[in-house]
Design a protein around this ligand. Structure first.
Ligand code: GYE
Length: 352
């Protein structure tokens, strides 16, 4: 049997937080539906995630172990700073480690946090799989885990307490929808896709969503789909390869899963002697300042926002946990899209 939470308590709580002008109010929350089974003597058993342990003393700050995935992009740098600043603002002790794009290192860091008996673990999982064992160890140690920015794919979803981040599939759909709405009628378009890190939640979601966004429109065909790693270098190298393989023919649009790869692709297209944004259209995701600047000068054509400023929502979730509140299973952040006109209007107020 599964519970279906009404959301009344949470609605009032968030309304009070909004009135109190609390930081980190999410755009959308999804509540956890609990699986109820019966125990050996027939008593109902709810499968629950770990909850934060009672505080040893009132004056001891909450300790959060944060395992960052790497420093691969402008988005990641903004995300990183947002987490560090929010911990400081909210008086939360942050134990920070960076896994430098290695899942092995990230797992070792989580084990170190478990040994250190932190109150809460938060991390941005590099890829979706391979976390069941270490998350089981965290749950057995009674340490709640909050997923920041990327989800995991595990057998038992009570191994993590909450996910705070974006709807990547919707980001992909927004990119695809813009293309169908602005492309010329009756013309065929060859699309090259430069994906983010293989098996990472953003790459999987953005790929699926984009295909959904252009589905049924026979003007579009994805002629190449290659795998990068969200770095500018990977975008440049892969775009060079695509241009070499095709002689620059048959690729009308490049859809990049993040800005850094798109800006790398721009450089490769210019090197090849073509005009990015004109000879070849480019669509990107993240909406960092450098991408909006490229959009303004016409080297990119459309940018979908992915909000990296998740720190306040993460630390508010930690605070709510420490006060014994139950967290929503998903806390989705708000984000939009940018055409060249919107980039010109907003560039000066962008925080990252
Ligand atoms: O799009 C990219 C970063 O996980 C949403 O990872 C994040 C992605 C983001 O390297 O720039």
């Amino acid at each position: 049997m599964f519970t279906s939470p009404t959301g009344g308590k949470e609605a009032i709580r968030y309304a009070i937080d909004i009135l109190n002008k609390e930081k980190g109010i999410p755009k959308k929350v999804i509540l956890r539906s609990q699986k109820i089974t019966t125990g050996s003597t027939g008593e109902p058993l709810a499968a629950l995630p770990a909850t934060v342990r009672p505080k040893a003393g009132k004056d001891r700050p909450i300790t959060v172990g944060f395992a960052q995935v790497g420093m691969e992009s402008g988005w990641r740098a903004a995300h990183n700073q947002s987490v560090i600043d929010a911990a400081k603002d909210m008086g939360i002790q942050l134990v920070y480690e960076n896994a430098e794009q290695s899942q092995e290192k990230q797992i070792a860091i989580l084990r170190k946090f478990i040994r250190q008996k932190v109150d809460v673990i938060a991390f941005s999982p590099k890829t979706a799989n391979g976390w069941d064992e270490v998350l089981r160890e965290a749950k057995n140690a009674g340490i709640p885990v909050i997923l920041s920015d990327r989800k995991v794919d595990v057998e038992d979803d009570t191994l993590w307490t909450a996910y705070i981040g974006s709807d990547f599939r919707e980001e992909g759909r927004r990119a695809g929808r813009w293309l169908t709405e602005t492309a010329q009628p009756g013309r065929n378009y060859g699309i090259a896709e430069i994906q983010g890190t293989a098996n990472s939640a953003p790459a999987t979601g953005r790929k699926t969503g984009f295909e959904e966004g252009i589905a049924g429109d026979n003007r579009f065909r994805i002629v190449r789909s290659v795998v990068g790693d969200f770095t500018k270098e990977s975008g440049k190298v892969l775009m060079r390869q695509l241009l070499r393989e095709t002689g620059g023919k048959g690729i009308d649009v490049v859809y990049c899963h993040n800005d850094d790869m798109a800006l790398g692709a721009v450089e490769a297209i210019e090197e090849f002697g073509l005009k990015p944004g004109k000879d070849i259209m480019l669509i990107s995701v993240d909406a960092t300042k450098s991408a909006l600047q490229a959009l303004i000068v016409g080297k990119l054509n459309f940018v979908v926002e992915c909000n990296p400023l998740l720190g306040p929502q993460l630390m508010k979730a930690v605070k709510d946990l420490s006060e014994g509140k139950e967290l929503p299973v998903e806390i989705i952040t708000s984000e939009g899209v940018f055409t060249q006109a919107e980039a010109k209007k907003n560039i000066s107020i962008r925080e990252y």
